[in-house]
Design a protein around this ligand. Structure first.
Ligand SMILES: [Zn+2]
Length: 251
């Protein structure tokens, strides 16, 4: 019985390791996704500044064109003034020049304002870009570490699976099928120790008579509460001591 349980315990230990490694492996894609999410969010802040700069440039273009047109009107006025014959025409041209000058000053002010905002935007973008680059380097490193870890875990799981396959052949078939049935409900912990009369699976006290039977190790004993298979690490010497104490208690 002891040897049978020993093989099953070895299998159980390997399968618990497989379970833990697989769980860790399963969590890695989500962790990588979370980090990618952080990078994307920071990138969208940068993109927003780029969009703002593009919008400023779009507003400046028609103003530049209008400024040029206004300047052309002013440049042409010198030539036109020489051809003027009447006072009325002269006054009309002068009025036209005044309007053009006013418009020019107004456009220049608007362009200056846009240029100042662009300048600020470029500075802000520089700062954001630097912090983004710095953060991205760290986050990329994290992702790369997680990917390395995933590779390691995969190989660990493969090795453990091979080991489990070998061990499964050594376990008594009846015991193995009981184990396979129970392991899903018991988080893989089907065979547990019971060294102080307490089941280490459910932490409940078991009857003293059952504990004696477990120490004898002659048949398969299960916890009456959680149905796990029980074994004890109490050595024969200590067992004798326990039995002696039991005898003394009986007297
Ligand atoms: Zn139990």
């Amino acid at each position: 019985m002891k040897t049978l349980l020993e093989d099953l315990i070895s299998l159980q230990n390997v399968e618990i390791k497989i379970f833990k490694a697989s769980k860790e492996l399963e969590e890695i894609p989500r962790k990588v996704e979370d980090i990618m999410g952080i990078i994307m969010a920071r990138k969208s802040t940068l993109d927003a500044v780029d969009e703002e700069l593009a919008a400023l440039e779009d507003r400046k273009k028609p103003l530049d064109a209008e400024l040029q047109e206004t300047q052309e009107i002013l440049d042409a006025s010198d030539a036109r003034i020489k051809k003027i014959k009447t006072n009325k025409e002269h006054m009309a041209l002068q009025r036209e020049v005044e309007i053009a000058k006013k418009r020019k000053a107004d456009i220049e002010e608007q362009i200056l304002n846009l240029m100042e905002r662009t300048e600020k935007g470029i500075q802000e973008k520089g700062k954001l870009q630097a912090s983004f680059n710095e953060g991205k380097t760290l986050l990329d490193e994290k992702i790369s570490k997680l990917q390395t870890k995933a590779g390691e875990l995969k190989s660990v799981v493969d090795t453990l699976n091979t080991e489990a396959g070998k061990l499964r052949k050594t376990v008594d078939p009846t015991l193995l099928s009981r184990y396979e049935r129970m392991k899903k409900n018991k988080n893989g912990l089907v065979v547990v120790s019971c060294d102080n009369g307490v089941c280490s699976g459910c932490h409940m006290h078991i009857p003293p008579q059952l504990f004696n039977e477990i120490m004898r190790g002659e048949k398969l004993n299960v916890c009456p509460v959680c149905q796990r298979v029980l074994y004890t690490n109490v050595k024969p010497k200590a067992r004798k001591k326990v039995e002696k104490e039991a005898e003394e208690a009986d007297e």
